[in-house]
Ligand binder design. Structure first.
Ligand SMILES: Nc1ncnc2c1ncn2[C@@H]1O[C@H](COP(=O)(O)OP(=O)(O)O)[C@@H](O)[C@H]1O
Ligand SMILES: [Mg+2]
Length: 575
């Protein structure tokens, strides 16, 4: 089939078997063992850091053992009992707990009502699957980590925690801007809607569970966020996070619309999602260079095409706030052509990719759709090796399930308008029209499907369950439109193509080359916005190659960069 070439990956590259869906038992293993569970999880690291304190408490010189990874069955008996669905939980009996166990126990709170309510979310946590006391946890974390608010989400806040002895590294990426901070993580802090409330202003438990499941599912796919873990917390806003909130508010008042920290009371429940730092979102890239646009567009397209193949993934909300960029650390010689070896500018450029030294991460899957893995094993495998069952037992297959968010036609993303905005905002208009184009497409797919299969079961299906990867192509068109517009605005201001990462454009030859790449990008936008229905990110790649708008060599470079990110960390500075 035509999509096949997209899955051809080098032996050193991303070696997922083509056609296999990830997730569950089929998840790929990273070359360097960098799975979500083995990555440096900061939300627990400070317990190790404070080991000196523990040794003082114990008066011993014991070997360093992470309290959370040591055997804590007694200390955590009540949290574990939650996994068995127990409704009434009680702390471990006094006297049966080690000092280290006590340290963890001190972080956990017993609240059986809350625990029952949040049990679907606790099921997504690593052990201990308990409810943490926000104030105590944050107080301990603040001893080791500096807390900075980096962005405001639609429902929560996004913080960065970095080791206090690390230099701060959050700024607009430049080629010179090397390694990002090791020992830092991004934390999305989301207040949970109380059980008794139906307020649309707070996140429901179901949508949070979906977001975490989606993060886990997409974690191994190159170009998607690296998920590190989830904690559920209870309590009011801790001082360290509150200070970070107000510091950010003072500097960026327009990016501080969420309720103030004092709004939250001591019974407030929170989800804290830990991820690798994916850098800056594209909102911050005001005047992209031509080469930045080229790299960002094709890296995003490649990541989406991987997502389509591996998990039938559609993002459905891929505006520029949901794409992050960061500088790459090292580059293979095949992906970067030094400026002084450029070919004649009158010839078509042989290599355009890789000159911005940026890599891309797609984030925020709150509206996304994906299919989880199908895993099959024989029932014999599942039983004990000495089982007397015959090897001809039928295979046990877990049904794939679809993670998606229902989007009724009257939801605000489809109805919102920018007409009341005091200043026209074409970027927002394009974003809104992309949501509406997505809805129109979903409705036409639905109508076709019902005509073909009028069965009750098919009619009962929510249309957003379906895999309609044309939505990815629609968002790619919006991305390219937005980046080119910003380029033109930058050029009008006199800064556009000379911005960071342009790869240098001092001589006439280089300018000619840049003009060719720009013309190619404009033709690509015409293709994306044109009559031809490109029905997936994969189809965008194939159509662009066919029309000479993407060179094979560039596409290989794009894949090598993304695959390198997943396999060796060569494009990712935070691994
Ligand atoms: N892993 C990450 N690395 C860097 N920045 C991030 C990361 N996740 C989120 N952000 C920042 O936080 C903002 C809001 O996060 P997002 O997941 O998009 O939440 P929301 O669903 O509320 O839009 C993003 O636009 C981005 O600026
Ligand atoms: Mg977002």
């Amino acid at each position: 089939m035509a999509r096949r070439p997209l899955t051809e990956r080098s032996a050193q590259g991303w070696n997922q078997q083509p056609g296999r869906r990830m997730g569950g038992s089929q998840k790929r293993v990273y070359g360097k063992g960098s799975t979500a569970s083995s990555r440096a999880v900061l939300s627990e690291q400070f317990l190790d850091e404070n080991e000196v304190d523990q040794q003082n408490v114990q008066g011993g010189h014991g070997k360093a053992v992470s309290p959370l990874s040591s055997s804590l069955s007694s200390a955590l008996s009540y949290t574990l009992s939650l996994e068995d669905g127990a409704k009434h939980v009680s702390p471990a009996p006094a006297g049966s707990v080690s000092e280290k166990g006590k340290e963890v126990q001190n972080l956990l709170v017993v609240d059986s009502t809350a625990a029952t309510y949040i049990s679907p979310l606790l099921a997504e946590c690593d052990k201990p699957k308990g409810l943490y006391d926000f104030l105590t946890w944050a107080e301990k974390a603040a001893k080791t980590f500096k807390v900075t608010k980096v962005a405001e989400g639609s429902y929560g806040e996004v913080f960065k925690l970095e080791k206090k002895d690390m230099p701060s590294e959050r700024s607009v990426p430049t080629p010179e801007h090397g390694q990002q901070a090791q020992g830092s993580s991004i934390f999305k802090l989301i207040p949970l809607r109380p059980k008794s409330s139906k307020s649309a202003k707070q996140t429901s438990l179901e949508s949070l569970v979906r977001e975490v499941q989606m993060l886990k599912l997409m974690d191994p796919v190159p170009g998607f966020a690296r998920f590190k873990g989830l904690k559920v917390l209870r309590g009011s806003y801790p001082p360290s996070f509150g200070e970070a909130y107000y510091y950010h508010k003072a500097r960026r008042p327009s990016d501080s619309q969420n309720p103030r920290p004092s709004t939250y009371r001591d019974k407030q429940l929170w989800a804290l999602i830990e991820m690798d730092d994916a850098g800056e979102d594209l909102e911050n890239l005001k005047s992209p260079s031509v080469y930045q646009i080229f790299d960002i567009f094709w890296l995003t397209c490649c990541a989406l095409s991987y997502g389509e193949e591996e998990a039938a993934f559609e993002h459905r909300d891929l505006h520029i706030g949901n794409i992050c960029i960061k500088p790459t650390t090292t580059r293979s010689s095949t992906t970067k052509t030094p400026a002084n070896t450029l070919p004649d500018a009158n010839l078509p450029p042989t290599t355009s990719f890789g000159r911005s030294s940026l890599n891309v991460t797609i984030i925020d899957y709150t509206l996304s759709r994906a299919t989880t893995a199908t895993s099959s094993s024989s029932s014999n495998e599942a039983s004990s090796p000495n089982s007397s069952k015959s090897s001809s037992a039928p295979p046990v297959t877990t049904k794939p399930s679809i993670i998606y968010t229902p989007l009724p036609p009257n939801s605000s993303i489809f109805t919102q308008s920018t007409s009341r905005h005091p200043v026209p905002n074409p970027t927002l208009q394009r974003q809104n029209s992309t949501y509406r184009a997505m809805l129109r497409h979903a409705q036409s797919v639905e109508a076709r499907s019902r005509a073909e299969d009028p069965s009750r079961e098919n009619r009962k299906r929510d249309m957003w369950q379906r895999f309609m990867p044309r939505t990815n192509a629609l968002w790619l068109a919006a991305l390219l439109w937005t980046l080119l517009r910003r380029f033109e605005q930058g050029a009008e201001r006199g800064g556009g193509s000379k911005s960071v990462g342009s790869g240098g454009n001092d001589d006439a030859g280089e300018e000619g080359r840049e003009r060719l790449v720009l013309a190619g990008l404009r033709s690509l936008l015409d293709l994306l916005d044109g009559e031809e229905m490109l029905d997936s990110a994969g189809a965008v790649v194939l159509a662009a190659i066919e029309r000479g708008l993407l060179q094979r060599r560039d596409w290989d470079g794009v894949r090598a960069c993304l695959d390198g990110d997943a396999d060796s960390g060569s494009c990712s500075a935070t691994k």
